[in-house]
Design a protein around this ligand. Sequence first.
Ligand code: ADP
Length: 261
Amino acid sequence: PKITTDMETLTREVGRFAQNKKLEIEALKIRENYRKEFLGNVSHELKTPLFTVQGYILTLLDGAMKDKSVRKKYLNRANKGVERLTYIIKDLDMITKLEVGDLNLDKERFNIIELVENVFDLLEMKAGKKKINLTFDKVYTDSIFVNADKERIQQVLTNLLVNSIKYGQKNGTTEVSIEDLIENKVIVRIVDNGEGIEQVHLPRLFERFYRVDKSGSRKEGGSGLGLSIVKHIIEAHNEKIYVESQFGIGSEFSFTLEKAK
Ligand code: ADP
């Protein structure tokens, strides 16, 4: 009976080993495809602004340099292109770190209301240019403490608010509110009355490089990485992020955070 048991064990072990190898190979294949697709996307994203910058430089070399005002205009545009490249590279750097799990969270207790107010201050000019009103519905308190990586949550708020400005309409409104739930959670909501998103796009919205209107969003100068960075950060906190939207009416992005004692 001992031998039978051993044979059974052995067969089971061999089977398990083969199954594990198969899964490993599958995982490698997925990773390899992912890597190829990622590199393809990256070079595509970098090419567009690079060609723009090169276009201005070539025009300058071609004679546009002689006219002082044209020279200034083209140099400014080339500089904008380089700025855009810098943003994209920064986002790429961040997404790579997040996707390989290389980003350690540095959790601390902080006042989320104060953080929202700081981000508002930083974005005031950007919102003002588009005459978008940023409002904060504080309701009943000046402080709600959460336990999270403050710098990363600042990035989440910034990305979501910048989007609500980019895809908002002139004289529109973005309202942030924070709901202090009874359980150990808070929900932060960012609601805009901008262009909205059609339902078909919602399931893929948080994928990296995913854009609703490719030409429109490109005009707005994003990298298509903003929302995937947001999702990674929230999920690294073991929290949830939601989107609801109605085309032509507006969007609501919300995420949860852990309440601090
Ligand atoms: P991007 O750099 O293109 O802004 P994101 O990942 O931040 O990339 O957003 C992905 C896409 O989701 C955007 O291109 C845009 O089409 C859509 N989107 C994001 N936020 C909003 C919003 N508040 N209102 C309407 N559309 C939005």
